[in-house]
Design a protein around this ligand. Structure first.
Ligand SMILES: [Zn+2]
Length: 64
C-alpha cells in the first residue's frame, strides 16, 4: 500500500496520479525530494570518511 509522504493517507495501488487525493500534495515532487536528501546524506558521510583518512596522513596535513 502506497502512502502519501505528506499526510500519510492511503493511496490505492491502482492510483497513478501525481497528486494525493487527501491533501493534494504533489507526490512526484515529494518522492524526488526524498531521494535527493538521501543522496546528499550519503555524499556527506562519504566526504567525512575521506577527510578522516586523509587527516591521518602527516604529509597531507602539512600541505594544508
Ligand atoms: Zn496526502
Amino acid at each position: 500500500m502506497r502512502k502519501c509522504p505528506k499526510c500519510a493517507g492511503r493511496l490505492s495501488p491502482l492510483f497513478f496520479g501525481t497528486e494525493c487525493k487527501h491533501c493534494g500534495a504533489d507526490l512526484m515532487y515529494y518522492h524526488f525530494d526524498e531521494r535527493l536528501e538521501q543522496d546528499a546524506q550519503k555524499a556527506a558521510a562519504q566526504e567525512e570518511k575521506v577527510k578522516r583518512v586523509l587527516n591521518k596522513l602527516p604529509f597531507y596535513r602539512k600541505k594544508q
